[in-house]
Design a protein around this ligand. Structure first.
Ligand SMILES: Nc1ncnc2c1ncn2[C@@H]1O[C@H](COP(=O)(O)OP(=O)(O)OP(=O)(O)O)[C@@H](O)[C@H]1O
Ligand SMILES: [Mg+2]
Length: 377
């Protein structure tokens, strides 16, 4: 099937330029930050580039370690880091690990791992580290010091096994901010280590564009001017049309050029929505106008957008709704009487990547589906 909705694709359409650039950076050790709003295709570009680079890599999504509102499971994150890096570098060196328990718990994974490491190639740095992590995690002690050591593992193991280059990719990187409660200096520590790892390329990405920019683009922040910023944009009009036309051809459905244009002007070049409309056209075989009008009520759209909006404060939501009712663009004075509250709401919307400030004080909602969704309710 041409159209797929939901999971990232390792074969993204029309992203060759981005992928070629990213592969080059990966091979050359240039740290990169991929920035773009939700569902624009960041993870897909990342996956495709990692695959095409043929380099050994570790890909971890920081989102996986969030617990509840503001919690972060630091022990699990460190264990995942150690477990993934060890497994990848050891397998490069010809050792294969089979985990007995297919478990999501990374603490359990490193516990299993340690036995295997001790009988293959005993690396005291690694086994001691795992021992201490297991011990401290069990006692609920602070793991900042071990984290600092775990950060050096990729470089140590790369040297040990003669790996010229390994890529560490951390998706949804901005959520590491939540780990500051446990380890306030986390970003300082990371930067101070990473800058000396000559065999490791670091790639981060995230959808909370404002938050990510704060981390990497603010003068007094440790990651200031460390990453090359790569912005992931929506498809342009031509590419969006081509994507749909090729898909409808493959699926053997007749859709006129005018209808393809209608779809693109409704969802813009957001790959996730182009895929969703594509699927609905193929499956439902209804007129395009009917499909587009029903889109804000589609279960997939409702789930996706409600899930996103839940993270926002009530006042940020209300400002977002007002912006939507203005067609997706507006100035603060049109968004509420209390200008201070409006500005605070806009700040949150920018941090989470929903809104961008354009010229002359105009704010714009990036994802057209959010506009349709909110303006229809
Ligand atoms: N270039 C593309 N061609 C075809 N489909 C794509 C492309 N880019 C993304 N998609 C599809 O759009 C959806 C979102 O892509 P992806 O998960 O890569 O985006 P993301 O920016 O990482 O999103 P999130 O912020 O939710 O993590 C997926 O279903 C994916 O398959
Ligand atoms: Mg993603």
């Amino acid at each position: 099937m041409w159209f797929i909705y939901g999971p990232p694709t390792p074969n993204p359409f029309g992203r060759d330029q981005e992928i070629n650039t990213l592969v080059k950076f990966m091979k050359n050790g240039q740290p990169v930050s991929l920035i773009g709003p939700r569902r624009i295709g960041k993870t897909s570009i990342l996956l495709a580039s990692l695959n095409r680079s043929s380099l050994p890599y570790v890909l971890i999504s920081i989102e996986e370690f969030i617990r509840g509102e503001k919690g972060f499971n630091f022990a699990e994150f460190i264990s995942a880091y150690i477990s993934n890096i060890t497994t990848i570098t050891y397998s490069f060196a010809g050792y294969k690990f089979q985990f007995l328990e297919k478990t999501k718990s990374y603490l359990k994974q490193i516990r299993e791992l340690i036995g295997a490491i001790k009988i293959t190639l005993n690396l005291p740095e690694l086994t001691t580290l795992i021992d201490v992590v297991l011990d401290k995690a069990q006692k609920g002690k602070n793991l900042s010091e071990e984290f600092s050591k775990a950060l050096d593992l990729p470089q140590i193991l790369a040297e040990k096994f003669g790996i010229e280059r390994i890529v560490i990719a951390l998706d949804e990187f901005q959520y590491l901010k939540l780990a500051k409660q446990t380890s306030p200096e986390i970003f300082h520590i990371m930067r101070s280590k990473w800058q000396f790892h000559k065999n490791v390329t670091y790639i981060i990405s995230g959808s909370a564009t404002g938050m990510l920019r704060e981390i990497i683009n603010t003068k007094d922040q440790p990651f200031y001017q460390f990453f090359y910023l790569m912005r992931v944009n929506p498809f342009d009009e031509e590419k969006s049309k081509e994507f749909l036309k090729r898909g409808f051809e493959v699926e053997k459905v007749n859709v006129s050029d005018k209808e393809v244009e209608d779809i693109v002007s409704y969802v813009d070049g957001f790959p996730a929505w182009l895929n969703l409309v594509g699927i609905k056209v193929v499956v439902e075989r209804k007129p395009i106008s009917v499909i587009l009008n029903s889109l804000p009520y589609d279960d997939n759209v409702v789930n996706a957008i409600e899930g996103d909006l839940r993270k926002l404060s009530p006042s940020a939501r209300s400002v977002l709704r007002k912006l939507a009712n203005l067609g997706g663009k507006g100035r603060p004075k049109d968004l509420g009487d209390n200008i201070w509250a409006v500005n605070r709401a806009l700040t949150q919307l920018m941090r989470y990547g929903y809104v961008e400030k354009e010229e002359r004080g105009v704010y714009r909602i990036l994802d057209p589906m959010i506009v349709h969704y909110l303006a229809n309710r």
